[in-house]
Design a protein around this ligand. Structure first.
Ligand code: SR1
Ligand code: MG
Length: 420
């Protein structure tokens, strides 16, 4: 049910009077409401985001809009997504402590979350475009993906709790539909809202004629839509991470749903690969190779941290109904091979989801700035083509990528290629 009846959109002018009466907020930023400074900073596709600064502190105010901001009110979108985002943030904090902003206040009717102002964090995508390195990024993200994947699954949770939670998030119906269309379907035909760099037209036509590719992507959509292995962030790209030089936090889980364990880490990897392929559009030869190497090292280390953390949780927190100790250790049988099988399965799915995300960000709606900021469209198209070509290989030949080393060497190979 959507709680839109008394919903009122916030604005820079109305925030002091509307939020200044709330104890939870006043204690965070000060009661001298007339001195509050409010700025709208939302640059995402969906929501309003304000920084509200007072004499006693600063908070972020995020409010869902009843339509897709990127497109306008011709595309309505339920406000209830803020409820699911809030629920997801609570679980992520529990499962991966310290990884998300602290929440100070939530109002379901107003689709409003007031949370910690992360400072001096900025959106990771901006840092990747600017060629900045972030220390500890791979550890934070590898552990976040492993902890949320493991602790949100029936490897760890009691089956009744996990199944009830699947029921809770099943109410977020319209949000997965966006991913189902924009990520898995629209890129592979001439859908109405699609956009692409014009120089790619011929290349894209051939891609859309690839029946094996479409079929394989639809198989992954079936998995995404039907498989409830764990609670996903659901939209884990470099715009959903805020970083300083050495600290990173995950934001924006409004696309939360239960789904396959390889989805989040696959999407994340795709966004690092797009950062990698787009680098020639952002820097000179002098820094290029070194920075691209740093991105690939980051991908490698994310998987290393993911695997290490997952194995650690397997040993120490395997309390769910899946692969129970009663069946392995209690019988004097090792479960190590079983754990490696699960990790292989996650890797295979991650590789396919990665290829699909690499496609949708250049073929469908909602492109990313990594490529979009490259003004020379012929250069942009040649870099996007490398990204698309590698995506095809990942989707069709996912079984040949057994480890992250194969993934990064494949990226180096496609980075040398000329595909248009
Ligand atoms: C219409 S929403 C487009 C995209 O923005 C969000 O950040 C998700 O990535 C979604 O696919
Ligand atoms: Mg988002």
């Amino acid at each position: 049910m959507d709680m839109a009846k008394n919903y009122e959109e916030l604005s820079v002018d109305t925030i002091p009077s509307r939020l200044g009466v709330l104890e939870e907020i006043v204690t965070r930023i000060g009661a001298d409401v007339e001195n509050w400074h409010v700025k709208e900073v939302g640059d995402g596709n969906l929501n309003l985001v304000f920084i509200v600064e007072g004499s006693g502190g600063t908070v972020i105010v995020k409010q869902a809009l009843p339509y897709v901001r990127l497109v306008g009110d011709s595309w309505p979108l339920p406000l209830y997504r803020a409820y699911y985002e809030h629920e997801a943030l609570l679980r992520q904090e529990e499962r991966a402590p310290g990884s998300v902003p602290e929440i100070f206040y939530f109002n379901r009717e107003q689709a409003l979350i007031v949370m910690e102002f992360l400072q001096p964090h900025i959106i990771l995508r901006g840092k990747l475009i600017a060629g900045q390195r972030v220390a500890n990024l791979s550890e934070t993200m590898g552990r976040f993906c492993a902890q949320t994947a493991f602790r949100g699954s029936e490897l760890s949770m009691k089956s009744i709790d996990k199944k009830a939670d699947v029921g809770v998030f099943a109410g977020n119906v319209k949000i997965p539909a966006i991913t189902e269309a924009l990520v898995f379907t629209d890129p592979y035909f001439d859908a109405e809202m699609n956009q692409n760099t014009p120089e790619l037209d011929g290349f894209i036509k051939k891609l859309r004629d690839n029946i094996a590719l479409k079929s394989r992507v639809q198989a992954m959509l079936m998995k995404f839509a039907s498989n409830t292995e764990t609670m996903l962030h659901g939209d884990l790209h470099s715009g959903s991470i805020m970083s300083t030089d050495d600290d990173s936090r995950v934001i924006d889980p409004e696309f939360v749903q239960y789904g396959p364990m390889g989805f989040d880490i696959g999407m994340l990897t795709a966004n690092f690969l797009m950062a990698y392929f787009s680098q020639p559009g952002h820097r000179d030869e002098a820094d290029l190779a070194e920075y691209q190497t740093w991105i690939l090292t980051t991908i490698t280390e994310i998987f290393e941290h993911f695997n290490a953390e997952f194995k650690h949780l397997w040993k120490t927190e395997r309390t769910g109904m899946l692969y129970p100790k009663s069946l392995f250790e209690d019988q004097g049988h090792s479960s190590e091979a079983a754990c490696n099988d699960v990790l292989d399965h996650i890797m295979r799915d991650a590789v396919s989801f990665c290829g699909i995300e690499m496609h949708r960000r250049v073929l469908s709606l909602a492109h990313n700035a990594d490529f979009e900021m490259i003004e020379d469209t012929s250069l942009r198209a040649s870099l996007e083509a490398r990204n698309i070509a590698m995506g095809v290989e990942l989707i069709l030949n996912f079984e040949t990528i057994k480890d992250v080393a194969s993934l990064t060497s494949m990226a180096k190979r496609f980075n040398e290629g000329d595909y248009i």
